[in-house]
Design a protein around this ligand. Structure first.
Ligand code: PMV
Length: 314
């Protein structure tokens, strides 16, 4: 008897689903003004399990979620025709919250997959995304869908506002070391800062945003060709432009500098800036582990290997 069937016999009513975390590889902020961006999934993510409800204390069935999470889960359960009271939900997360790593989209995709399994549906990606968007709408109002698409874990995507995300076929696995600054950013405040900068100095800021867009388009080709050195240089350049936009911080600058000193091929802030995380690129898995060892940040750094999984694109 294989392990899977053994598992099913012990837990006859357990349905699980995983959603991946994400980082923006390049193009943040410029994407707000119509330029492209590239996002990619992290191996780390969130797993939702739907098991047997607790007897006698049904109020505890959704105790792993906060009020917003409960509202989102109940809406998604209804959307797939499952009675949420049938299950006790548990959430296991390996994603730091509030660091711009896409934890809400990861939770949405994980819950969607678990619910669709509970409903006896096949896990077609388009259907998983539809149900995940029910949760994302509760979390974010009008989500673009980019975060949830990446949370499927199907490799990097090239994204431009108003167009469907395009999967990128990865030419060589991309080893990325994620460094956490420990401070929680406000993406909204950073987007507002760029907006004000643009109002004050339109052409200058637009030039920077356009340069970021051009780098993103170049990066897509470098990813397809498996050129990590070229990608590292493009990331460095993207970071320099983000710094000029005013969204970096002393903490992020020192992490970027430390990653480069430790031998990274490139390093930049990821997401809105003002705190959050830095990503740095390594040549291969061993190189990534060396960078982590040199930086010695303990649980504030981890590695992820980005590739297009077999059978891959969303
Ligand atoms: O901080 P994150 O990972 O949610 O990324 C924000 C990306 C921005 O381009 C700064 C804002 C946006 O809505 O695209």
């Amino acid at each position: 008897m294989d392990r899977r069937s053994w598992y099913i016999i012990i837990h006859p009513m357990r349905f699980t689903g995983k959603g991946h975390g994400k980082v923006i590889l390049m193009g943040e902020h410029a994407v707000v003004y119509g330029e492209p961006a590239i996002g990619m999934h992290l191996e780390r993510g969130i797993t939702v399990s739907l098991g047997v409800p607790s007897r006698g204390s049904p109020g505890k069935n959704l105790a792993h979620l906060d009020d917003r999470g409960r509202e989102a889960f109940v809406a998604a359960a209804r959307a797939v025709g499952v009675d949420p009271a049938r299950f006790r939900l548990t959430v296991a997360s390996r994603l730091p919250v509030g660091q711009g790593l896409g934890s809400s989209a990861a939770l949405s995709v994980a819950a969607s997959r678990a619910l669709l399994r509970a409903a006896g549906e096949t896990l077609d990606d388009a259907r998983v995304l539809d149900v995940a968007q029910v949760l994302e709408k509760v979390f974010h109002g009008t989500p673009s869908g980019i975060d949830a698409t990446i949370a499927l874990g199907k490799g990097p995507v090239f994204y431009r506002k108003g167009a469907p995300p395009e999967p990128i076929l990865v030419g060589a696995p991309i080893p990325v070391v994620v460094l956490l600054s420990g401070t929680s950013p406000s993406t909204k405040a950073m987007v507002e800062r760029v907006r004000r900068r643009r109002e004050g100095d339109g052409p200058g800021t637009d030039r920077i945003l356009g340069e970021i867009g051009a780098l993103v388009t170049e990066a897509r080709e470098l990813i397809r060709a498996g050129s990590l050195e070229g990608l590292g240089r493009a990331m460095d350049e993207n970071h320099r432009l983000l710094e000029r936009l005013g969204v970096s911080t002393d903490g992020l600058e020192s992490l970027v500098a430390a990653a480069r000193r430790a031998g990274a091929l490139g390093a930049k802030l990821t997401g809105g800036g003002g705190g959050g995380a830095v990503i740095s690129l390594a040549g291969d898995g061993r190189h990534a582990r060396e960078i982590m060892k040199t930086l010695n940040l303990g649980p504030n750094s981890f590695m992820t290997m980005v590739q297009t999984p077999a059978g891959g694109a969303p």
